[in-house]
Design a protein around this ligand. Structure first.
Ligand code: CP
Ligand code: NVA
Length: 308
């Protein structure tokens, strides 16, 4: 029994096993209706709580569907509807939930909430996004890259835009999966230095290049995300748009990447802000495979957490 809190705090061999397991599970149910049970039912008799303190489409539905395919049961809870949103401590909530469910997935604001949940729960806890990281997303992204282009190790991945929570998990993945990561964006929206340190310690230092044309040169994979995240104040919107405009992923910038480069975005996107529709719907884009792979990657994460 183990929690999945972040990519850099999970053993690299275990991460690899999860990606390969996800691929095998995806292949095994190819062509089946979405509601069909998997041939194996490793989650039979297991109950999972999915807690959301922020909105979600993909994380919510992919966890729910994936757990049901594996024979488990789910309950989707909004933090605001629980006593958690009305002053009950995270520690008490974690101890109570552990008496009812076998696994907790939480999407929250402060990383501290996730860490406290994991500390006090007697069952595994999965990080479904915090203000600082989004590890489930990047597991799906690595799976998606490899499904289209083979091993990601040694490839050039370019992140264009805000150095946010999704970038942070990419930085962790660079160290764990051994790819070269370049960040291109304005200095004011640089990633936290601590995220860069992890990759450097693992022998994959992250390059920061303010010039997007230079940064995109030779990229195997280009990634971006919304310019204003759920935890960012809406008042920052206009300033961020002005700072990030030069980093919009469009055909002009994509022309600097390798001809067979892939484009990813975790979604939801603000079309024609961080990326043009031309790129999102164009030949480089794998954004809907990426969204689908949340389902398969998370099934592997859940199995790893429960050891089933
Ligand atoms: N990418 C992602 O986590 O999407 P949702 O916010 O819809 O869950
Ligand atoms: N960076 C975005 C990701 C959404 C899935 C956010 O935190 O809002």
């Amino acid at each position: 029994m183990q929690s999945f809190l972040d990519i850099h705090t999970t053993d690299a061999a275990d991460l690899r096993q999860m990606i390969d397991g996800a691929r095998a599970m995806k292949d095994a149910r190819a062509g089946q209706p979405k509601g069909a049970p998997d041939a194996e039912q490793p989650l039979a008799n297991r109950m999972v709580a999915l807690i959301f303190e922020k909105p979600s489409t993909r994380t919510r539905i992919s966890f729910d569907v994936g757990i049901r395919q594996m024979g488990g049961q789910t309950m989707v809870l909004s933090g605001a509807d629980m006593q958690l949103g009305h002053g009950e401590t995270i520690a008490d909530t974690a101890r109570v939930l552990s008496r009812y469910v076998d696994l907790i997935m939480i999407r929250t604001f402060e990383e501290q909430t996730l860490l406290e949940m994991a500390e006090y729960a007697d069952v595994p806890v999965i990080n479904g996004l915090t203000n600082r990281t989004h590890p489930c997303q990047i597991m799906a992204d690595v799976m998606t890259y490899e499904e289209h282009r083979g091993p990601i190790a040694g490839k050039k991945v370019v992140w264009s835009g805000d150095g946010n929570n999704v970038f942070a998990s990419f930085a962790h993945a660079a160290g764990q999966f051994g790819f070269d990561l370049t960040f291109t964006g304005p200095e004011t929206l640089d990633p936290e230095k601590v995220w860069l340190d992890h990759a450097a310690e693992k022998g994959h230092p992250i390059t920061i290049d303010r010039n997007p044309e230079r940064a995109f040169a030779g990229a195997d994979l280009v990634v971006t995300d919304t310019w204003v995240s759920m935890h960012d104040p809406q008042s920052a919107r206009e300033r961020r748009h002005n700072q990030l405009r030069a980093y919009q992923v469009n055909e002009r910038l994509m022309a600097h990447a390798k001809p067979d480069a892939l484009f990813m975005h975790c979604l939801p996107a603000h079309r024609d802000d961080e990326a043009t529709s031309e790129v999102m719907d164009g030949p480089h884009s794998v954004i809907f495979d990426e969204a689908e792979n949340r389902l398969h990657a998370q099934k592997a994460i859940v199995r790893w957490c429960l050891g089933v």
